[in-house]
Design a protein around this ligand. Structure first.
Ligand code: SAM
Length: 287
């Protein structure tokens, strides 16, 4: 396993500031607002809790989840697809896979598993290499290994098994398994590349994300995705009646997530039953 990046503490203000400026290239976020009031813990916390986007039960933060997570409360379940640990070691075409670099480094850096500790219920996507670590993290929670099986994997065999399976660990301590009969299957068969939006290199299929949201939470619950990317988990939550908190550190993916959430609310609004007086006006009953 590659080493996990050093964890910042909220007190290392200068360090956070420097990195934030570098990363966001001038974008002002809740973190920047918090930095304007160093020293006053209450103001800092308030600023950290103020999302960069908020609408109808959805709160989105542009920033590093390690800064935001300590301030969040009221999360019922985490459903997340964190940066994978991918190695291109070995011979054959896999050794020179350019796409690992093309994703700007975040796909192969792994993540700090300890962020899962404080949550009773979590769903975490990972590679086979990450599964033992995630099962260990489940600790005294009940857990299940769910697989996403792809019928159209990359033909990177090189004497090995096909890369046709992604692994999902669902661990829960409180609550129960939610979802319907079909959701409760331990696998889902769905093709690779089925992206609703398409600009994030690791966008997950909606069908896969929706299954996991259904299993981990009930209608009205608050679901958190600390590595939300282009916001697939958020859209799945809106479609299934959950509240959502999402965190993403890359501005371009954050912006996509905001756009997708807005679009989803617009779509919902279009299908709302039209009030009787509006109908009457539209169809001329008052004339
Ligand atoms: C595998 S992608 C998630 C893709 C997402 N499931 C989707 O469908 O679009 C992981 C995301 O985590 C983000 N990320 C990595 N480290 C982060 C951190 N410390 N805080 C917040 N976001 C982070 C990356 O920028 C990337 O967009």
């Amino acid at each position: 396993m590659k080493s996990v990046r050093r964890r910042w503490t909220w007190t290392s203000t200068a360090q956070v500031f420097e990195a934030r400026m570098e990363m966001l290239a001038g974008r002002r976020t809740h973190v920047d607002r918090a930095l304007q009031s160093p020293g006053d813990a209450r103001e800092e916390k308030e600023a950290m809790l103020k999302p960069d986007f908020e609408r109808e039960g959805v709160k989105l933060y542009l920033g590093d989840c390690r800064d935001v997570l300590p301030h969040l409360e009221g999360v019922d379940a985490v459903v997340t697809d964190p940066p994978y640990e991918i190695t291109a070691a070995g011979g054959g075409i896999g050794a020179t896979r350019k796409d690992l670099n093309a994703t700007e480094g975040f796909t192969d850096c792994g993540f700090d598993y300890s962020i899962l500790d404080r949550f009773d219920c979590w769903v975490c996507f990972g590679t086979l290499r990450q599964v033992p670590r995630l099962i260990e993290k489940a600790g005294d929670r009940r857990w299940m290994l769910v697989t996403w099986n792809k019928q159209n994997p990359c033909p990177l065999v090189n004497g090995n098994y096909l890369p046709d399976t992604e692994y999902i660990i669902h661990a829960w301590r409180k609550g129960r398994l939610y979802g319907g009969f079909e959701d409760k299957a331990r696998y889902i068969v769905h093709p690779l590349g089925d992206k609703e939006h398409g600009e994030h290199p690791n966008e997950k299929p909606m069908k896969v994300m929706r299954k996991m949201v259904n299993l981990a939470s009930d209608t009205g619950h608050t679901v958190l995705d600390p590595f939300m990317g282009s916001g697939t988990t958020g859209v799945a939550c809106i479609r299934t009646g959950r509240k959502f908190i999402g965190i993403e550190k890359e501005p371009k993916y954050f912006d996509i997530a905001v756009a997708r959430v807005k679009e989803e609310f617009e779509r919902l609004r279009m299908f709302q039953p039209v009030a009787a007086e509006v109908q009457a006006e539209l169809f001329g009953a008052n004339e």
